[in-house]
Design a protein around this ligand. Sequence first.
Ligand SMILES: [Zn+2]
Length: 389
Amino acid sequence: MESYYIVNDPNDPLAARATEIRKQDYLFWKEVKPDLEDDFDISCHTLATRTGLSERRTRDITMALYRLAELPLTRALQETYYFLDFSRLITIDAVLSKLGDVPTETLERIDQELASYLTPTSPRQVLPSNTNLRRKLNGLIAVETPTPEEEKEATPQKDPYFTYSSFGGKAGLAVEFDEATLIAIDEHVSQAAEKHNLTKADALAKLILGDIEQRVKVVLHMYRAYDQKAAPGFIQGFGWVSPETADGIRPTQKRDMDLARELESESYVTPPLIGAFVEGRDGVCRWPGCHRPAESCQKDHRIDHAKGGKTAGSNLASLCQHHHNIKTDGGAFYIMDPHTGDIVWLFDDGHWEYDEPQGPLAPKNKNWALTVGQAIAARRAAAKERNDS
Ligand SMILES: [Zn+2]
């Protein structure tokens, strides 16, 4: 069967109309976008007043189109299917902007991965949500961080700690750390917030001012291939990190996910090892398009435990409370490929949707991490050879 996104279903008149609107919108802006050499601000202003959009939106759309021009494979997909609306195109530009000026081969690498992520591989797939697209892109750029030597040259000696006044008697604080430090701080703050029922901002203030104490041990869950020299890591609650950051996090306990994948348990409650596999495979709630992280989802027995359904990766899927309720109420049910974790959702009205797992253990992401790890190891070896000679 042909692979396609539901937004491009040729037999669905509603989807076809929406695609036509996206296409016209895209072609319109492609035609009228200002040249970057023109007086850019005035051009955006004029376009904004003539289209009724804000200047900010006009600028974002323009920059998104220039960004897409740097990503020929992704652009070719868009100009075949017209499946990406401007929200998603702007997300692509916004995330890639964090990279600053990068060599062409970096953009080529990202373009290749992005195009492969956006290419449907099954019929009736649900288009990745804006949030999941942003997470994917953040993962792609996380492993493109500069090597330590380049970083040293680029880092100014300024203290990256800023305070600023905001609106209505509020003031803000912005600080920058290396990734590993930030992950540890964030985990401490999150735990304190949960324990004392505070917002994370309040928890941070109270921790620093000594109003509350936090002496618990922070537990980080990282997925990483240990049989590889330079594998990126995936930290639960944070996302993909570079091999350098992953190296900086020393595990106190290692668990084998290949083993966990095959495990079965008699108990109804999911044992931690099987749970870690399911969360690592799913990444997010398996309701198509939902982006609730798997670690805050429930583990649904596809076939009820009472009816002989196993407590094992092949019979468990992450569903957030809301979508678990919908499934329990009988409005929809699913079947799952036990090897890939792919899910087909079947709805009461007879239509069906295809959902692929998004976590670091999902087949596609495992392959990506493997390729990235090999590329980074090769780059390091080449740099070492240059230094040695
Ligand atoms: Zn959900």
